[in-house]
Design a protein around this ligand. Structure first.
Ligand code: UD1
Length: 342
């Protein structure tokens, strides 16, 4: 039997991580997950196994512990590549606890980079965000659009993370790095076995919509209808999490097969289509058959008016294009929400 290629997924029991583990396993990769379960449950492993028939290897520890990272790699030097999702991601919390955010998000990344150099595992994919573009001057945003000063410590950890990668790639030519800038990931796996599980009151739009529709929340507050957009509400590029997960598999294969053109590459992962908050609600109502209780209120401080991706670079270079629509994503999110009630 030929040995399968082994991929490390940090944060692999989380929202985007778990969907990526499924796609990797379905493509025949062996997956090992590291997660400290700070924002996910161990039960996700059972669910991944239910979908793919394979239970991923799992180790529970904190990547900020350099000794544990080192010990892990000393036992897993056969890993061929890694995808680094593990990070704290709540914007508001990061404003209150900046040191914790810098510590968690940056020291874990530095520990991983040191270890992969030592163990000659050059291929590293980083989970970045369109938050680096701030309020863009020109739409859609390309990878060359200016990076704007971060408006939160969380956003800053993504910017600094990318800077660390750029410097590391310059100094250490053996490292092969890809940074993926996600637009707004939404939706869930078709099986409704994995999806987004917000801790407490959701801050993101789609979990708030589905929780309102199912009766956990009384109504959705739409933050502003006085923006300079066609219907006055903010515009985002909502990307189905399964499309996003597939892009990670392609990025990993690009590195493993040495198809990358530079040793630090950055790609936008979005659909290229801007959708307003009111259009997103309309899509949800259409596919779910539910009337959503919502109220227009004032703007949420710090919100960007509109941002959506120019996806040509990812389309042409990665050969990846989002296949699923906002309707597909909303339906899957709704089925996932309903499955949680059972
Ligand atoms: C937010 C974060 C961003 C992070 C991303 C992760 C902020 C300012 N930005 O992006 O840094 O990378 O999540 O997914 O927190 N909306 C409502 N009512 C709600 C919730 C949201 O109207 O109850 C609107 C927002 O005003 C926004 C849109 O829905 O226009 C999307 O909001 P959200 O899902 O929070 O994502 P972002 O703000 O784009």
């Amino acid at each position: 039997m030929s040995k399968k290629t082994k991929i490390l997924v940090t944060g692999g029991t989380g929202y985007i991580g778990s969907h990526t583990v499924v796609e990797l396993q379905e493509k025949g990769y062996d997956v090992v997950i590291i997660d400290n379960l700070s924002n996910s449950g161990i039960g996700v492993l059972d669910r991944i196994e239910k979908i793919t028939g394979i239970r991923p290897e799992f180790e529970c520890f904190d990547l900020t512990d350099a000794g544990k990272v080192e010990n892990f790699f000393s036992r897993h030097s056969d890993i061929k590549a890694l995808i680094h999702f593990a990070a704290s991601k709540a914007v508001g919390e990061s404003v209150d606890l900046p040191l914790l955010y810098y510590q968690n998000n940056l020291s874990s990344m530095l520990n991983l980079l040191q270890a992969i150099r030592k163990y000659n595992i050059p291929n590293f994919v980083f989970s970045s965000s369109c938050t680096v573009y701030g309020e863009p001057d020109k739409l859609p945003v390309t990878e060359a659009s200016p990076v704007k000063p971060a408006t939160s410590p969380y956003g800053n950890t993504k910017q600094i993370g990318e800077e660390i990668l750029r410097d590391a790639a310059k100094a250490h030519s053996e490292l092969q790095l890809i940074s993926l800038r996600y637009f707004n990931p939404i939706g869930a796996h078709d099986s409704a076995l994995i999806g987004e599980l917000p801790n407490g009151v959701p801050l993101n739009l789609v979990p708030f919509i589905t929780q309102t529709a199912i009766g956990i929340r009384e109504k959705l507050l739409v933050f502003g209808n006085d923006y300079s957009t066609p219907d006055g509400s903010c515009i985002r590029d909502y990307i189905h999490v399964v499309d996003l997960a597939k892009a990670h598999v392609i990025a990993i294969e690009r590195l493993i097969n040495k198809q990358n053109k530079h040793n630090m590459e950055t790609f936008n992962l979005g659909t290229g289509k801007g959708v307003s908050v009111l259009e997103a609600i309309e899509s949800f109502e259409k596919v779910s058959g539910q009337k959503l209780n919502y109220e227009i209120v004032s703007r949420r401080p710090g919100d960007v008016e509109q941002v959506y991706a120019d996806t040509r670079f990812a389309n042409d270079e990665l050969g990846w294009k989002a296949q699923l629509s906002i309707d597909d994503a909303m339906l899957s999110a709704w089925r996932w929400e309903q499955s949680l009630k059972k």
